[in-house]
Design a protein around this ligand. Structure first.
Ligand code: UT7
Length: 324
């Protein structure tokens, strides 16, 4: 028996923040952002709109696509680094919002790799007897941006994606996930303040230490290398070659990273799902958001091999292989 994705859904907040809007906020230009990142716009939440709100909307669409009632869910996992509040878990807010009374609920924190980490947990639970697990990646990155820092604020966006995971005896399903981390490089992308090591204070807010800091250029090089390794490891595990990949659904951080990875592994660009131009980097939401688009627009078809690969803070990197 295997686990498989029974339905997908996503949700992007309505407000669009364009590169032209950012030109009015920091010393940047549409030309620089497009050339260096491929991002043209990103979505940002309205005041009061939280991680759980996006997650619940994405989850309702995934449940409808899977034809599953929320009352049938056994477990809800929310991958996020921008949860509603530190306590309780955002997953419990989602559980209440969906009316999924019998579901256990917890959050998974693995930054941009959070969705693949959570999917691997769902896979393990389904293979050991849970019937339906809801996996959500939801982020409100706009709330951890320093809107005076052009190095980061042009890169990220808000959004959510969700999948319902259940079991199958068919040949399709989640074939494998591979998870990795290297904590030695934890300060490459981090939020230095606002947690237990540096609790919220006037100093933290004045220095904007509750916001994301990133050494972008160093991160870029490691991202290309580890994503390539993650994809090669994922396909080799099944005796597949790169040619067997029908769709690569990568974490959407930067179009140049995706092009470089595609070139290094020899995968044609038309087999890489890309939406970073419209959503920016939505961290744990980026893969399920891109996957849902590719499923709904008919690109991903039954029997095809879908490979997911991600890289992010931690450092963490991860991959997953699905026979759709
Ligand atoms: O999801 C987690 C994983 N995250 C990533 O994978 C992100 C990886 N990193 C990147 O995507 C890229 O490194 C960035 C897009 C963040 C930066 O692009 P880059 O080509 O690596 O630029 P850089 O950091 O080397 O900066 C080049 C120049 C600098 O100016 P000087 O020092 O050469 O005068 C920056 O200050 O570009 C400047 N710069 C900007 N200029 C206009 C940095 N940000 C901006 C900006 N607008 N928004």
């Amino acid at each position: 028996m295997r686990s498989r994705i029974l339905g997908t859904g996503s949700c992007a907040p309505q407000r669009v923040l364009t590169n032209a809007d950012l030109e009015r906020m920091v010393a940047t230009s549409d030309a620089w952002i497009v050339e260096r990142t491929g991002i043209r716009q990103r979505r940002v939440v309205a005041p009061g709109e939280a991680c759980s709100d996006l997650g619940i909307r994405a989850a309702r669409r995934a449940l409808a696509a899977a034809n599953i009632q929320s009352s049938e869910l056994d477990l809800i996992l929310v991958a996020t680094c921008t949860g509603d509040v530190p306590l309780p878990p955002t997953a419990s807010v989602v559980q209440h919002g969906l009316g999924a009374a019998k579901a256990a609920a917890c959050d998974v924190s693995a930054a941009c790799c959070g969705f693949i980490y959570a999917l691997s947990v769902a896979d393990a639970f389904v293979c050991t007897g849970y019937r339906y697990v809801l996996v959500i990646g939801s982020e409100v990155m706009s709330t951890v941006m320093d809107w005076t820092d052009r190095n980061t604020c042009v890169l990220f966006g808000d959004g959510a994606g969700a999948v319902v995971v259940g079991s199958t005896e068919a040949e399709c399903g989640i074939l494998s996930t591979h998870l990795h981390a290297d904590g030695r490089l934890s300060d490459l992308i981090h939020v230095p303040g606002g947690g237990s090591s540096l609790p919220p204070s006037e100093h933290v807010v004045a220095e904007r230490l509750q916001c994301v800091k990133m050494r972008g250029n160093e991160t870029f090089k490691i991202a290309v290398k580890t994503m390539e390794e993650a994809i090669r490891e994922a396909v080799a595990d099944h005796g597949f070659g790169i040619d067997d990949i029908d769709w690569l659904v990568p974490h959407q951080a930067n179009i140049r990273i995706l092009r470089a990875v595609g070139q290094r592994i020899g995968l044609p660009p038309e087999r890489v799902v890309i939406n970073v131009d419209r959503f920016g980097n939505t961290s744990a939401a980026s893969i399920p958001l891109a996957l849902d688009e590719a499923v709904r627009n008919g690109a991903v078809q039954p029997g095809q091999v879908v490979v997911m690969a991600a890289f992010g803070a931690g450092l963490t990197w991860a991959s997953g292989v699905i026979r759709w």
